[in-house]
Design a protein around this ligand. Structure first.
Ligand SMILES: Cc1cc2nc3c(=O)[nH]c(=O)nc-3n(C[C@H](O)[C@H](O)[C@H](O)COP(=O)(O)O)c2cc1C
Length: 310
């Protein structure tokens, strides 16, 4: 079974990937949060250049994810990534953000299956790296997926990762397993599942329902509980001491990256990690109130000394 880390913009960047691997062991695969493609002839800039810098990903099997509808820019980016040593490139066809969708990118690309087909045919032919896709079912209704899956099944994809929601769902509600199962049956290439695997029971239910599942991508579940992959593999439950060590390393690593106060980054992590605790409301309240670093460290000290894991 392949367990991978989902791309989560602002969360599962290179700092998180590295600290998680150091504390809980490496996963089979990691996906970068979406990277806007540079113009043909330009290099990756800003956040994207840090995400793909080989030094930041050493020892990890990282797949860069691109967000674009421009085939030339996709191919150009894939060429640069191939030169850096990457072995696969992923296309984001799931981002639900209004501004992204309005530009026809992310899940917005799903509105036009014919255009998507032309794009995929072109990039699969010209990309020096195998192309995988992370998709939603459509924009507003699951029935849109039939035509979209038809397109995918005609393409030589390296893999299709299915997050079985539509754009309108955002990240709310239950992902629909049936379209994932249909994809498993129909697709001539490997298929992965993603969505709402928060604990071992969720994982087992999925594999019971779809025993040919071979790759599960973990997002919010593993951000909240960094021991989730180990637990799925039959290992011990998350301990409070290891969670504290993970927290401390992550905080220091973010401080180093930012060169200053990383409290806001950690508050984002706590919005997921609070659910590890018996009283999530109390935990998040204590942490959110903190302003400066000293204040934050005192709040965290109190949480780890007094709060109980769920
Ligand atoms: C804050 C946040 C940022 C995300 N960023 C990305 C992204 O950059 N690329 C992408 O394909 N999906 C992104 N996602 C979606 C996740 O990869 C994943 O599909 C989603 O969280 C559902 O899986 P989960 O229930 O295991 O978290 C993001 C989700 C969240 C909550």
């Amino acid at each position: 079974m392949i367990l991978s880390l989902a791309p989560m913009e602002g969360i599962t960047g290179y700092v998180f990937r590295r600290v998680h691997a150091q504390c809980f062991g490496t996963l089979e695969k990691y996906y970068t949060p979406f990277l806007p493609t540079p113009r043909v002839g330009s290099r990756f800039g800003g956040r994207a250049s840090k995400e793909v810098a080989p030094a930041h990903n050493r020892g990890l099997n990282v797949v860069p994810q691109l967000l674009t509808k421009n085939a030339d820019e996709f191919v150009w980016s894939a060429q640069m990534l191939a030169e850096m040593g990457y072995r696969e490139v992923n296309l984001n066809l799931g981002c639900p953000s209004g501004t992204v969708v309005a530009k026809g990118k992310g899940s917005g690309f799903l509105r036009h299956p014919e255009e998507l087909e032309a794009f995929l045919r072109d990039v699969c032919a010209r990309s020096p790296l195998p192309v995988s896709v992370k998709t939603r079912l459509g924009l507003s209704d699951d029935s849109e997926y039939e035509a979209i899956l038809d397109v995918y099944c005609r393409m030589p994809l390296a893999e299709l990762i299915v997050h079985p929601r539509v754009q309108r769902d955002g990240y709310r509600g239950e992902p629909r397993w049936e379209p994932y199962g249909r994809t498993l049956e129909r697709a001539p290439f490997p298929v992965a599942y993603n969505g709402n695997i928060f604990g071992v029971a969720d994982f087992e239910a999925l594999v019971d329902a779809y025993p040919t599942t071979r790759h599960v991508m973990l997002g919010r579940g593993i951000v909240a509980n960094p021991a989730l992959a180990r637990m799925i593999g039959g290992g011990p439950a998350l301990g409070i001491d290891e969670l504290r060590r993970f927290h401390d390393r992550l905080f220091r690593a973010y401080e180093e990256e930012i060169g200053g106060n990383a409290v806001f980054r950690m508050k984002e992590w706590w919005s997921y990690a609070k659910d590890d605790f018996a009283d999530p409301h109390k935990v998040i309240k204590a942490v959110r109130k903190a302003r400066g670093v000293a204040d934050y460290e005192a709040a965290v000290e109190r949480v780890f000394n007094t709060a109980e894991l769920a």
